[in-house]
Design a protein around this ligand. Sequence first.
Ligand SMILES: [Ca+2]
Ligand SMILES: [Ca+2]
Length: 121
Amino acid sequence: MTLYPRANDEGGRGHDADPATVHLVIQDLNDNHPHIHLPENGYAKIMENLYPEDVESITIKLDDVDGGDHGCPCTMEFDPGTPASWLEKFSLQIGGGRSTYRLIPVASLDREEQKVYSFPS
Ligand SMILES: [Ca+2]
Ligand SMILES: [Ca+2]
């Protein structure tokens, strides 16, 4: 943003100021958390009882409204509290674009064993 200030002496009746400009640079504050842009509402479905290679991976795209160092690229990993049995069923890999990951089932999923997986657990 550029401001063009006007200044006069003698109570506004005297000399005008030399033409001058003031440049204002608005600095970004890290006031937004990264969020999951995809899948929509952080929700995806996988069909049970399929071989992992027959299941399409789930694309997880991260975003952050802040720019520069305060925004994306953003990183993602499993929470340290994720049960070991879940880590045996899913793999998280970078791929598909900027700040984009793929959640890949690496085992057949059984709805009768576990109906919903919610990360972080
Ligand atoms: Ca900001
Ligand atoms: Ca941010």
